[in-house]
Write a protein that binds this ligand. Structure first.
Ligand code: BG6
Length: 476
């Protein structure tokens, strides 16, 4: 069902697309010389209860067919990630030509079909060998390894790929122990490692931005940020402050670091209060300075609501607490998450809020004056394939429609939005719900523990989105 006659503010060259990431779709986890990654190893720990990354959506063997489907959908860009461990299987050693050949085929095929590749260098899948050698991002060796890997990619693919993202959601990834392989039970030690890892990722980001600009003429590069906006439970000043802090502490500090090359005062104070200021080297100032990002990529799903959480006798200021999950952790002296009774939630609990996206876009625009692109936005749901080969995902269409309208309004507000690339093109391996929770425009015929025939089936949302692209957002 299309809504005709919607006023569209989308520029003619608006980049309509869809997104994915390597470990969530590729499969072929040990084929073609690829090394294991942190994402693989952690997914194998859950193999008993859900699908793991071994087959995923099997893009590794279906890439041609999948790119045909992208073309038919009318996509202008495809945002996907390269698996670092396909290019450098042990993270910082031999280069694997087979890995380069695989992505060359994908890139060339996309371009032949008129789709611009938009590549993320690192989407949660650190080569596991770097964990074994150095405890991953805790070590500066990992920064060196990433800089080298990024340069290899720019040299290999930069003649055809101009648009790049460095890390996917560094600000979220570093909060989740398993994503960065923090294994200690000691809460303070976990936070110390986290702060050091985060800092090293900032250095790696800055080096990659500079390398991209020096190697690729017209190269454009920026971060993909996990974005939300936080509401206070009440208008008590301490609740309002808690809401601000939740955004600043979990998102804005990261953008400030990319933009200014230094931590904002409130974040430095937290690091000091918690006694976890990372080790920094004198040359870092130079590295972090002038790593000018060309855009900010916004990954947005939902909004959050908090109240102030006072410290108590057993919990010092800055200590994390876990009411819901590691992504939405609480922190003593700062914030405590609560449910927003004004919003409906997805079946997996995400509070749906299109207006929040308009708020986020406006706020980034006002603060950083950079072009924005949405590289993730979508609804995870348990879709059903009917006997006549259909997936009636009207709920997904409603979600996407409302968010596209919010983007259109943000453009009217004066925000420069380059494109919209929702999550996800095809059903992907979801972190905690495997293939029970689906996001794609294209259904993959498999279950968690039965890979079936991996047949691709276009969902109702596929046909709807095709029309949205054809009409440049006039028909929603
Ligand atoms: C984003 C990630 O944070 O959320 C994706 O970049 C992920 O990789 C998406 O799939 C949805 O999260 P989940 O847990 O539902 O898969």
């Amino acid at each position: 069902m299309h809504m005709k006659g919607t006023k569209s503010n989308f520029p003619k060259d608006f980049l309509w697309g869809a997104s994915s990431s390597a470990f969530q779709i590729e499969g072929g986890w040990d084929e073609g010389g690829k090394g294991p990654t942190v994402a693989d190893v952690n997914s194998f720990k859950r193999s008993e209860i859900q699908a793991d990354s071994k087959v995923a959506s099997d893009f590794y063997h279906h890439w041609e067919e999948d790119i045909w489907l992208m073309k038919e959908l009318g996509m202008k860009i495809y945002r996907f990630s390269i698996a670092w461990a396909r290019i450098v299987p042990d993270g910082d050693g031999e280069v694997n030509q087979e890995g380069i050949d695989f992505y060359n085929k994908v890139i060339d095929c996309l371009l032949e079909h008129g789709i611009e590749p938009f590549i993320t260098l690192y989407h949660f899948d650190l080569p596991y060998a770097l964990v074994e050698k150095y405890n991953g991002w805790e070590s500066r060796e990992c920064v060196k390894a990433f800089d080298r890997y990024a340069r290899i990619c720019f040299e290999a693919f930069g003649d055809r790929v101009t648009c790049w993202q460095v890390h996917n959601e560094q600000n979220l990834m570093v909060r989740v122990d398993e994503r960065v392989n923090i294994t200690t039970d000691d809460a303070w030690e976990a936070d110390r490692q986290r702060a050091q890892m985060d800092y090293h990722m900032f250095l790696a980001h800055a080096l990659a931005v500079k390398a991209c600009h020096s190697i690729i003429p017209n190269g454009k590069i920026g971060p993909a940020v996990s974005s939300t906006c936080t509401y206070p439970e009440t208008n008590k000043p301490e609740d309002v402050w808690a809401a601000r802090m939740n955004d600043w502490f979990k998102t804005d500090y990261c953008l400030d670091m990319h933009y200014y090359g230094r931590y904002p005062g409130y974040y430095m104070r937290y690091l000091e209060e918690r006694n976890i200021v990372p080790v920094m080297e004198p040359e870092d100032e130079e590295i972090l300075k002038g790593a000018d990002m060309d855009f900010i990529a916004v990954n947005y799903y939902r909004t959050i609501c908090v109240r102030h959480l006072p410290v108590d006798e057993t919990h010092p200021v800055g200590e994390r607490a876990y009411p819901i999950n590691e992504v939405d952790f609480d922190m003593y002296g700062y914030f405590h998450h609560i449910k927003n009774e004004n919003l409906a939630a997805s079946e997996y609990g995400a509070q749906i809020d299109p207006l929040g996206l308009r708020t986020v876009l406006n706020s980034y625009h006002q603060k950083y004056h950079l072009p924005l692109i949405i590289t993730e936005n979508g609804l995870g749901a348990a879709d059903t394939l009917t006997e006549d080969e259909k997936v009636h995902d009207e709920y997904r269409i409603s979600y996407l429609r409302a968010h596209i309208q919010a983007i259109s309004q943000a453009i009217e507000d004066g925000v420069q939005v380059m494109g919209y690339s929702p999550w996800s093109f095809i059903d992907i391996l979801s972190s905690h719900q495997g293939f029970r929770k689906r996001y794609g425009f294209v259904y993959v015929n498999r279950e968690d523990h039965d890979v079936k025939d991996l047949r691709r089936v276009k969902k109702d949302s596929y046909f709807w989105y095709k029309r949205v692209i054809e009409t440049n957002g006039e028909e929603l």
